[in-house]
Design a protein around this ligand. Structure first.
Ligand code: ZN
Ligand code: ZN
Length: 158
């Protein structure tokens, strides 16, 4: 999306609505590749003042991710509103390209660690079992951690 500046510049301080969509390629975030489903919906407003553009930008859309515990599929809907101050590098610029702002909005909008569900048990770091669907594999010691230490003491004595 491009935000044309002529109108804004002609009336400093007046807020103009903006609305549209931004077709982003996959967004890299940390080590993760956020797979966007369809374009990102963008809406908000903008005004011009003292050589800067002030933007209120709401981004909304859907991303496909992997659960932070079990690596299962997660479909995450996001929505985020930001207030941005954009200095014009080129004072006479005709427009500003909104894609980079939409993209950083998406990064900030998504959960730090997506989960397929709140109670997801995840994958055992030791035996690799998906604890949502199977018990620890034979010989895995991670499952024994829950044993009451007093009981363990007793067991060692026997
Ligand atoms: Zn999960
Ligand atoms: Zn295990």
């Amino acid at each position: 999306m491009r935000l044309q500046l002529n109108e804004l510049r002609a009336e400093p301080g007046r807020s103009f609505p903006l609305e549209g969509t931004e077709e982003l390629l996959d967004v890299q975030w940390e080590e993760e590749n956020l797979r966007l489903e369809g374009p990102v919906a963008v809406q908000g407003s903008a005004f011009f003042q003292d050589g800067r553009v002030f933007l209120t930008l709401t981004v909304a859309g859907t991303v496909h991710r992997r659960c932070g515990r079990c690596l299962g599929d997660v479909v995450e809907r996001f929505r985020r509103k930001d207030f941005l101050e954009v200095p014009l590098e080129e004072p006479k610029a005709q427009y500003i390209e909104l894609a980079p702002y939409v993209e950083s909005g998406v990064r900030l909008a998504v959960a730090v660690r997506p989960l397929c569900r709140e109670e997801c048990l995840g994958i055992c770091a030791q035996c690799g079992a998906d604890l949502n669907t199977e018990p620890h594999r034979p010989g895995c010691r991670a499952g024994e951690k829950e044993v009451d230490p007093r009981l363990q003491k007793l067991r060692d004595l026997l």
